[in-house]
Design a protein around this ligand. Structure first.
Ligand code: NAP
Length: 234
């Protein structure tokens, strides 16, 4: 049995990735805050009737590290292992200094401390397996600080740094760590963009990138993958 945890699985990139991984035979632990959203995604996957695929849904807020620990413990209890973590849950908020200190804290709590809590909870299991793949979904804004997006960029630059350190620590132990840095992806989050939806990346591009990374031989290590929108390179 192959087992994946996907955070932010109630919609957008996470929902698409969860459905694709089920096609690939992964049993899934899906998490996000919305129980309804998770139930809908789980229902779709169950209807597709993938042989041997089991699903656990666990609504929780990634900024609540206790709840994250419970989710990971429940996953290991049910499935016995974790082969893949897609550290995807995130939020966006515009503002660099034109953002309250509370909002700045919230962006960091969800986008940086949340993924940190997941990594802290999951990595011991992968270490004991001597095997596993971690995909952190950061952003192109984790490589380039855009005007008006300073809080979001700070959280995603943080995720890129955290991912790179772990890549160096865990790769020698047989655990792959890749941080994806996509530009606009056509989901709810990108509704604030003035960029046309038909020129954005699709959630399926992210699924394909994850499949590509997992298809490489154990000799290969991909630290980072930046995926830009061809029509929007500025
Ligand atoms: P989305 O459609 O808004 O989905 C965000 C997901 O994260 C939802 O499942 C949401 O579920 C979950 N989430 C948000 N806050 C959470 C919290 N506090 N605790 C647990 N789950 C939470 O956005 P998306 O585009 O799929 O984004 C997924 C990831 O890709 C994010 O990390 C985002 O920063 C990154 N990204 C997106 C784009 C883009 O243009 N869309 C570009 C680059 C990177 P609930 O609301 O049910 O909690």
């Amino acid at each position: 049995m192959k087992v994946a945890i996907v955070t932010g699985a109630s919609r957008g990139i996470g929902a698409c990735v969860a459905q694709g991984l089920a096609e690939d035979g992964f049993s899934l632990a899906l998490t996000a805050r919305s129980k309804d959203g998770l139930d809908q995604v789980a229902k779709k996957i169950k209807e597709a009737n993938h042989k041997g695929v089991q699903i656990l849904t666990f609504p929780c807020d990634v900024s609540d590290s206790k709840a994250v620990n419970q989710m990971v413990e429940t996953t290991v209890k049910k499935f016995g292992r974790i082969d893949l973590l897609v550290n995807n849950a995130g939020m966006s908020k515009t503002g660099t200094l034109a953002i309250s200190a509370d909002d700045f804290d919230q962006v960091l709590s969800v986008n940086l401390k949340g993924p940190f809590a997941l990594l802290k909870a999951v990595v011991p299991t992968m270490k004991s397996q001597g095997d596993g793949t971690i995909i952190n979904i950061a952003s192109r804004a984790g490589k380039i600080g855009f005007a008006g997006w300073g809080a979001y960029a700070a959280s995603k630059f943080g995720m890129v740094g955290l991912g790179e350190s772990l890549y160096r620590e865990l790769s020698p132990m047989g655990i792959r760590v890749t941080t994806l840095c996509p530009s606009w992806v056509d989901t709810d989050m990108a509704k604030v963009s003035t960029f046309p939806a038909n020129q954005m990346l699709s959630p399926d591009d992210i699924l394909k990138s994850i499949r590509y990374i997992m298809s490489l031989s154990p000799a290969a290590a991909v630290k980072e993958l930046m995926i830009e929108c061809r029509a929007h390179l500025a």
